[in-house]
Design a protein around this ligand. Structure first.
Ligand code: AMP
Ligand code: ZN
Ligand code: FE
Ligand code: FE
Length: 279
């Protein structure tokens, strides 16, 4: 009898290149400590952490190129994960450079709004907190803590920059179809991130029609029964299944840890096979 395959992968992880607090090298060490076989580095709108994770990993753990793209859909912002694409490709680099500029413009707009509340912070301070990767509201929140305007990042969201806050500015520049196409053009596959957070089930057919190839069934936001519901949906619609902890390090109180949600390594093999298939 063949022994069971115990290899596990965490396919949703953030580093200091977006809003995580672990450097790519620290993330790799945590993943090794959690005895994982593979990880995907999935920073928000940024691929710059992947190279450092690959270098730190050597042949000790497999690092998969990933990204978590923010898209606008039906008036809200959703997240789409991309996997197994060529992060160095000119398509990716050109698109992400434009998106970084859009993020900076948007941050500056939020900073300008904060000024009308006598809250002063500079764009440079906020960008420094993200290694000049994908800066967003979490970095702005931390800058406000550093300046002493609020005690915690959560307070910054509650008072100023939460989705309903007076200084919030919308950020997404992609649609689901453009995000999927972008990942595909770089040779990768896409998966709808943590659908339970924003997506009622009756939105799923339109997202699948937009070309999304997978669904993140396993995520800390999903109960066991929710995960099973998405797994069944994926099976019924021939979608890939992905999953991961969405660990961001230590900035969120009681946030998930690296390796706390995993999928069998077979999921990675299916992702790689799908990415290699002509579509
Ligand atoms: P952005 O991509 O710049 O719009 O930032 C979105 C990120 O901000 C999310 O991924 C969360 O990590 C964080 N976030 C959003 N709303 C809140 C909130 N109310 N409290 C704490 N963090 C939040
Ligand atoms: Zn995040
Ligand atoms: Fe997300
Ligand atoms: Fe995430």
């Amino acid at each position: 009898m063949t022994p069971p395959d115990l290899r596990r992968a965490d396919l949703h992880l953030h580093t200091t290149f977006s809003d995580g607090t672990f450097s790519p090298a620290e993330l790799v060490e945590r993943a090794l400590a959690a005895k994982l076989t593979a990880i995907a580095v999935t920073d928000h709108d940024c691929v710059d952490g992947i190279q450092g994770a690959l270098a730190a990993a050597g042949d000790r753990i497999e690092v998969i190129a990933g990204i978590e793209l923010t898209v606008a859909f039906r008036g809200v912002e959703l997240h789409i994960l991309g996997f197994c694409f060529d992060a160095a490709s000119p398509v990716v680099q050109a698109r992400l450079t434009r998106m970084r500029q859009a993020r900076e413009t948007r941050l500056q707009e939020m900073i300008d709004r904060l000024k009308t509340y006598d809250v002063t912070v500079t764009l440079e301070e906020v960008l420094r907190l993200s290694e000049h990767g994908a800066a967003g509201r979490p970095h702005l929140a931390r800058a406000l803590v550093q300046r002493g305007y609020v005690k915690t990042p959560e307070e910054a969201f509650a008072r100023f920059i939460g989705d309903q806050g007076p200084c919030f500015v919308k950020g997404a520049t992609l649609t689901p179809a453009t995000a999927v196409e972008f990942i595909r053009a770089a040779g990768g596959v896409s998966s709808l991130a943590h659908p339970a957070r924003f997506v009622p089930d009756d939105w799923l057919p339109e997202l699948v029609a937009a070309g999304i190839e997978g669904i993140e069934a396993y995520h800390p936001d999903h109960s066991a029964s929710t995960a099973e519901r998405y797994r069944q949906y994926a099976e019924a619609h021939q979608l890939l299944v992905t999953g991961g902890s969405d660990a961001h390090g230590t900035w969120k109180t009681n946030g998930p840890t690296v390796g706390s949600v995993t999928v069998p390594y077979a999921c990675v093999e299916r992702l790689k096979a799908a990415a290699g298939r002509p579509r």
